[in-house]
Design a protein around this ligand. Sequence first.
Ligand SMILES: Nc1ncnc2c1ncn2[C@@H]1O[C@H](COP(=O)(O)OP(=O)(O)OP(=O)(O)O)[C@@H](O)[C@H]1O
Length: 584
Amino acid sequence: MSLAGVALSPVQEESLNFPGSAISRYGPRSGDPILIYLSVAGSMMPMHITESDSIASVKLRIQSVQGFFVKRQKLVFGGRELARNNSRVCDYGVADGNILHLVLRLSDLQGIIVRTACGKEFEFQVERSRNVGYVKQQIAKKGGRLLDLKEQELVCDGEELEDQQLIYDFCRNTDAVIHLLVRKSAKVRAKPVQKHFEVLIDASDMDEPANALNDYPLGTLLPGYPGIKQQRKDFLLEALNADRDIKLPCVLEELIRSTGQGLESGNDPIRSSEGSGGAYLMKDCSGQKYISVFKPIDEEPLAVNNPRGLPLSTTGEGLKKGTRVGEGALREVAAFILDHPRGGPRSSNSAEKGFSGVPPTIIVKCLHRGFNYPEGYEYSSANIKIGSLQMFVKNHGSCEDMGPCTFPVDEVHKISVLDIRLANADRHAGNILISREEGEDGDIVLTPIDHGYCLPENFEDCTFDWLYWPQARHPYSPETIDYIKSLDAEQDIQLLKSHGWELPTECACTLRISTMLLKKGAEKGLSPFTIGRIMCRVTLKEESVIELIVREAQEALLPGASEASFLESLSMVMDQYLNGLSAT
Ligand SMILES: Nc1ncnc2c1ncn2[C@@H]1O[C@H](COP(=O)(O)OP(=O)(O)OP(=O)(O)O)[C@@H](O)[C@H]1O
């Protein structure tokens, strides 16, 4: 029986509560049993494992005991994410008595199925931070005049749901789906069906026009209805551009303006329940639409005001090797700046869509009581937060929620180009959003987000989830190869400098090396899989091919050799390695 199998069995789990018994009952397990503690949402849970258990098996055990799905777990120890599922806990230095931090990435979206009495079904995704009133509006919208807001009375688990109640409050299971069975009367009953809910709604008179006020979610400023919500000025939001003479591209100016209007209208930021740092969803002035995402640097993982309970970094290093706590916003913006459109780098006042589709991103200063202030909030300059503000992309979830087979090849390829080039250390499927072009039946569009761990100082933590998707085995198209040919690392370094970020030497070196690898690989007709694999370690301890190539190039140099000599040496060693590979 595999360790994973052992982990999933409740009987065996029981035995694990008594040190030593797991070994005697189930035969020898390599590695000594150890007792670790899981810190999650302020509580501490003891857990017996062996030091040679894989990260995957520990996560499976957490799933079986605590019910948190594996894909929603993020484990952190010693300031590092235990990201490699096939590595052993001891590879990460976890030992008896250690505390592991468990961050749960709950989905912001909840699937809801509405079923009418005549069997008609509507399906939609709703943000879990929305309230019941909003769900009713969605039902009314989908059902046209069939379902009037006033007639909808929702009851769940025997209790009537108030309009103000949040989806979170009555739907705690992240993967649960709410079924609404609609009937023609005002009475509604609901009963749990396994992990789903079945809600019966009886609605009588269907022909009443919708109540105008109910067309707006709670908390919306309604210009025509004074007194519902007062306008406020107790917030601040402005661009933090290095050079005030440079005019911001219109799209970024508009992003800041509309986000500011949303705050001014009293629509507070909503903290995303996904992600390991503070990420706030910002609404427009109607309160109906998310418009941007603000990620303050002091709320990054391991930063001083992290809202997910992660400890402070002791060394200043971020969750991924070769990154620094507090530099996430710079990296987010760098990814947008370097995501050149097909025609080459944007002019300073353009925000044309980039080849890989990184949403427009800018660094801003923002002050609002809705952010995380563990010491308490007051409206003062000391509480101003700096962070990245990124355009919100309407989506149907992330690539984590869906198998990769339906993703168009070019969509996967555009992400691979970005990740290889920027040596992204955090490309998990949850960081790629899925949308559809023009309506429900349009082509799938993938949008890369969360670039706070790109351009690291070294390649140690590079991981690309797309590596094992079938599209990664296809060679790049001639158009993509042309785009790759146009890339120029030196130009990119200068471009970032002109935007105020002088890349640290090591990060600039990473960009030069990875750009060189991408260009050479594409020229040789290699697939994203073959190129990407060169950059990723197979196990935690075993160096990746690119790390070996870099070392060999360095060893061939005389002490004190210049950067140019290093790049020359690197180019030769890389060629030697790539010549040994067959195309794709
Ligand atoms: N541009 C965007 N458009 C739409 N939703 C977004 C955007 N950026 C972030 N989000 C949402 O916010 C969530 C948290 O953001 P993000 O993943 O960037 O945070 P994080 O703390 O850096 O996460 P991670 O733990 O993956 O490193 C995402 O999972 C996504 O649901």
